[in-house]
Design a protein around this ligand. Structure first.
Ligand code: CA
Ligand code: CA
Ligand code: CA
Length: 118
């Protein structure tokens, strides 16, 4: 079920209501892309996405201990979703676990496989 995280994760990290985004099919709107599109060329490259998600991880890590606990991601991830992303099963998402998942999400969203989301 790891691949099911994509929409909610993106929507949450980009600061919109995850439930609303899921209802919309969790696609990225132009407004969302704008926030991730660092060089404003209209597409989100893998590097831009990675940069955005790295800063998103820091924002989510409210207590700054370097891992995301369920309480820190409760608004975006259900316990089941967290468990699916928690590769080592310690109940927290490390930066590596988080980035592995979001980069998989990028690849899943990049249907054309050109490394760009538009
Ligand atoms: Ca760009
Ligand atoms: Ca934390
Ligand atoms: Ca973990």
């Amino acid at each position: 079920m790891k691949h099911m995280l994509c929409g909610a994760t993106l929507a949450l990290l980009i600061g919109v209501n995850a439930a609303a985004a899921q209802q919309q099919g969790a696609s990225l709107s132009e407004g969302h892309l704008d926030q991730v599109d660092g060089n404003k060329d209209g597409t989100v490259s893998q590097a831009e996405y990675q940069t955005f998600m790295t800063s998103a991880f820091s924002r989510l890590d409210a207590n700054g201990d370097g891992v995301l606990a369920q309480s820190e991601v409760s608004t975006i991830l259900s316990p089941d979703q967290l468990a699916a992303t928690d590769a080592n099963g310690d109940g927290n998402l490390s930066r590596r676990e988080f980035m592995d998942q979001v980069m998989k999400d990028f690849q899943a969203a990049d249907r054309s496989g050109d490394g760009q989301l538009k």
